[in-house]
Write a protein that binds this ligand. Structure first.
Ligand SMILES: [Zn+2]
Length: 103
């Protein structure tokens, strides 16, 4: 069997430290839960995480924020439409007011 190359050895070391860090992270999370009585939130629910297209396996979004597994894109779009309608009304009022005042 040929000797592993430097790159292969480096890859093995990186994989080993990644596994160590993952284990330390999981141990830390387990210790935290041992010390705290809070019931797990939706963020921690493995089923919700598995079903959610918005977050990674740890329940974090690509922006590294805690995910509550609720897709708000529709709500956001509706809200943006309502805000724009209000802004249009205000702009129309200002135009009317400016014309009235200048006359
Ligand atoms: Zn999620």
């Amino acid at each position: 069997m040929p000797e592993p190359s430097r790159d292969q050895l480096h890859g093995q070391r990186v994989a080993a430290t990644a596994a160590d860090r993952r284990q330390a992270y999981d141990d830390g999370v387990a210790a935290w839960h041992d010390q705290h009585d809070e019931p797990p939130t939706a963020h921690h629910d493995p089923h919700a995480i598995a079903e959610c297209p918005l977050c990674n396996a740890d329940g974090y979004t690509p922006a590294n924020r805690i995910c509550d597994h609720i897709d708000r894109t529709q709500t956001t779009a509706r809200g943006r439409t309502l805000v724009q309608a209000e802004l249009d009304k205000i702009r129309d009022r200002k135009i009317t007011h400016t014309r009235g005042g200048a006359a």
